[in-house]
Write a new protein. Structure first.
Length: 106
């Protein structure tokens, strides 16, 4: 039963992100595993350009929220791994069209 709950919670989180971005005129859609031949290409596609993962729940490390507090973005890298960036969603929405000129920007 916990598997179904986790899957539904993840799907709800993906829909929440997609709807939030669409409300701010940023094209976004969920990526279906069926469409990709069961290959994991991320959870969402933003502006037809970027692919992203959506994580929801207590397994998301608390230190990410603490490190991001009061900052625009967080750069992180595990030993011998690639750099990753985490940013506040409202900051991303506010600055998205300023730095990326897309034909559908307002």
């Amino acid at each position: 039963m916990s598997g179904r709950y986790s899957r539904n919670k993840g799907a709800d989180g993906e829909r929440e992100i997609v709807n939030f971005l669409k409300e701010h005129d940023i094209p976004c859609k969920r990526i279906s595993m069926l469409e990709t031949g069961h290959e994991s290409l991320g959870d969402v596609e933003v502006a037809g350009i970027w692919k992203g993962q959506v994580k929801v729940g207590s397994h998301v490390p608390k230190f990410i929220s603490e490190a991001l507090a009061g900052q625009d973005m967080l750069f992180a890298r595990r030993d011998r791994q690639k750099w990753t960036i985490t940013m506040d969603l409202e900051w991303f929405i506010k600055n998205f069209f300023l730095y990326r000129k897309l034909p559908y920007s307002k």
